[in-house]
Design a protein around this ligand. Structure first.
Ligand code: B4P
Length: 188
């Protein structure tokens, strides 16, 4: 699992990890954005919340992951990106994995100072125009992260799952060097 606050570079690093470690990358943010782009009922429900910087309801995202996880698990392993984001999502994930005899075996957390996160998202807004990269939505996403998502790290620490935190600053290549080092160590 790759973990971190909004804009910490989870998606950026996950794409590289997928290439190098042949894990199947499952990004709930990408999945939701695809639903919004296709104008599906899920996309219509999720789109408004995402644009406001709110998390989508746990039940909605858990159902999506439940439908995609079995196929993703057929390969060498799954890299979860942006999920779970609440304690309830983590509990749902644990029970889905336990049903298949699997578990979360490693959490990689990216640490980036708050001011840099905001700069990155505003920079992305200027390039990609993502609906949730406005100042108001960014502030709300950061609030939700501190209120609901941070607790997911403790959830896994309590279970004894290895949680490695690395500096997410510097260029994407610099960060990936650190990622590679901790993943390499954990899989020995
Ligand atoms: P996500 O798609 O997960 O969005 P994110 O947290 O902003 O992205 P990430 O950390 O991956 O940052 P990125 O690599 O893009 O979620 C979007 C929304 O979907 C959520 O707010 C929520 O509404 C909803 N959602 C998703 N999952 C959910 C769930 N489980 N439950 C409920 N709701 C859910 O990098 C950010 C920017 O920084 C990019 O522009 C990138 O180019 C740049 N960057 C990356 N690394 C850099 C580096 N080292 N230096 C400089 N810039 C860098």
């Amino acid at each position: 699992m790759i973990f971190g606050p909004p804009g910490s570079g989870k998606g950026t690093q996950a794409a590289r990890i997928e290439g190098e470690f042949r894990l199947k990358h499952l990004s709930t943010g990408d999945i939701l954005r695809a639903e919004v782009a296709r104008g599906t009922p899920v996309g219509k429900e999720a789109g408004r919340m995402m644009a406001a910087g709110d998390l989508v309801p746990d039940a909605l995202i858990v159902d999506i992951v439940r439908s995609l996880l079995p196929e993703a698990e057929e390969g060498a392993g799954v890299l979860l990106d942006g999920f779970p984001r609440t304690e309830r999502q983590a509990q749902a994930l644990d029970s889905m994995l336990a049903d298949e005899g699997h578990k979360v075996d490693f959490v990689l957390a990216l640490d980036v100072p708050g001011a840099e996160l905001i700069d990155r998202m505003l920079h992305r807004a200027a390039i990609e125009g993502r609906s949730d990269d406005t100042r108001e939505a960014i502030a709300e996403r950061m609030r939700e992260y501190h209120k609901l998502t941070e607790a997911v790290l403790d959830h896994y620490r309590r279970q004894g799952v290895p949680v490695e935190t690395i500096e997410g600053t510097g260029s994407p290549d610099d960060v990936f060097e650190r990622v590679r080092r901790v993943i390499g160590i954990s899989s020995r």
